[in-house]
Ligand binder design. Sequence first.
Ligand code: GLU
Length: 397
Amino acid sequence: MRHLSTKVRNLEESQTLLLTQRARLLQDAGVDVVSLTAGEPDFPTPAHIKEAALRAIEADFTHYTANQGTAELIEAVIDKFSSDNDLHFSPDQVLVSSGAKHSIFNALCAILNPGDEVIIPAPYWVSYPAIVRLADGVPVILPFEAATGFRPDVRRLRRAIGPKTRVLILNTPCNPTGIVFTRSEVEEIAAMVKETNLTVISDEIYEKMVFDGRKHVSIGSLKGIRDQVVTVNGVSKAYAMTGWRIGYMGGPEEIIRAAGKVQGQVTNNANSIAQKATVAALRGPQGPIDAMRTQFQLRRDYVARRLSAREGGEVRSPEGAMFFFPGVERCFGMRARGNLIRNASDLAEHLLEHHHVALVPGEAFGAPGHIRLSFAASMGDLEKGMDRLLRGLQEIQ
Ligand code: GLU
């Protein structure tokens, strides 16, 4: 067998990407699959952003930029953090990278020594543990209670901190649970973090997708904690720019400089054209975000109605992000079309194979009794997808 690193041999593939790709391949082969897998807005990138990119190409803005990002983009990010999040950075506290995932990777590489521990509340976004391992850290998974809808539990967090803990990863609005931390929850966590020397990596990529008038609170904006927080964001979700691959982060200068060193050796700057487009996104009209949020809320409500009708009672509606994360344990041990459904992976497989609807099993998110359904799909797809899902679930007995 070819020699490969043990680290990479043990690395699991991203289930969100794998299942999205599987659904895509089936569609390409002519199978009518409804994909409710990825947290990816189905809207086109707004026209003024695309025009900025076209102008960049025409002006030959097609070469390397500064590793950390262009000066105009860094300024735009600083202004965004300041006006949206009450976070105040100087230019050497900001790094632009090739997607928020890349930002998190750079930050963890900058902070961790081999064996350092990173607390990851579960359910978690699929890639956190893998990125921690790639950065030579040790993920410490801390499950929150399903009964509370996976709301943060500060007492548990405090108990999980040990002598080797260096980082706590927070994610609000949360992928996959859809919860949005309240101000008092954020304050409680901040008060706990202040008593430690932990660094918080706060992944706020779904910031703009909050529903029912909720307000996103950035933990880094709370008094006395700024030096302990790296805030990660990007344009993928807010501006329907997933393919452009632009993420950014703001945080303590030493961490950002170290993360920039990692980036400088591995990729150099993020795509120059996408950086121009990102300036247009951050500086331009913000109306498209509101329009998308309104649509997402309608879709969320539609899925909630369909799921509630099945459950014979209200299902918990996501407060933010783009996902439902219902419990499916009652299907385990049952049979459908002769197959035993042992776990959420079997269930997802059954739904894909026999009902042509793709979802991501909860194992990928550290919550094996659940399944993730993305409502970032057109209303037509959601209607079809929900018909199939409910039919598929009904068949299991
Ligand atoms: N973050 C999105 C998701 O969870 C996109 C895919 C990925 O990078 O995981 O679906």
